[in-house]
Design a protein around this ligand. Sequence first.
Ligand code: ZN
Length: 225
Amino acid sequence: MEPKNMKKFHINNLLHVFFPFRCLRCSEELIGAEKGLCAFCSEELLPLNYGPVFLDNLGPIPCYGLYRYEEQTAAQVLIHHLKYQNKREIGVDLGVNLAKSTPRSAWPQLLLPVPIASKKRWDRGYNQSECIAQGFSEFTRIPFCIKHVKRLRNSVSQTRLSKVNRLRNVEGAFTLVHPIPKEITHVGIVDDVITTGSTVLQIVNSLTFEHPHLQITIFAAAIAN
Ligand SMILES: [Zn+2]
């Protein structure tokens, strides 16, 4: 273990003695390497490790998810704490595990986290999809970038956009503000939860509008249905 990590490890252990970490779901004290959920509650996570999922909305675009998302399940507890309880580290862990569960052949060259509205980001202090992208990036060394895709609706005044962007603002909530570099042929869109895929579809459309030949793969901590 590196000295920096060793120090972190000892501080964590010390903190643990005075403020025992508790399972986010059942409140039992966490032991050993348990993070977020105890071993018992982790057993209830439903891993999706059998390869890509294809959603009607997204056609042939493959989606890799870590867990199946359902209300009142352990995965929902994790996502809830990531989004609303300032537990960014859950996102980073989910990102690392998502990367580990994805075949290397599906890894893209660049990760694009789904942006959230700027007001939401301001209130929350972070974007949960960026936390997941960060973890994915830490494990794979694939860079992630937040400058390419911007969320428009309810966040950018129409008057500040060019005519073309104004038209696109009406069409979808996202726009590509910086083109993807030529050498990038495969990007990964990173989201926390995918339900119908209609949100990521808007990003897919804004990407393929500018880059018709771009290969796109979706990565999500959890996928519903
Ligand atoms: Zn538990």
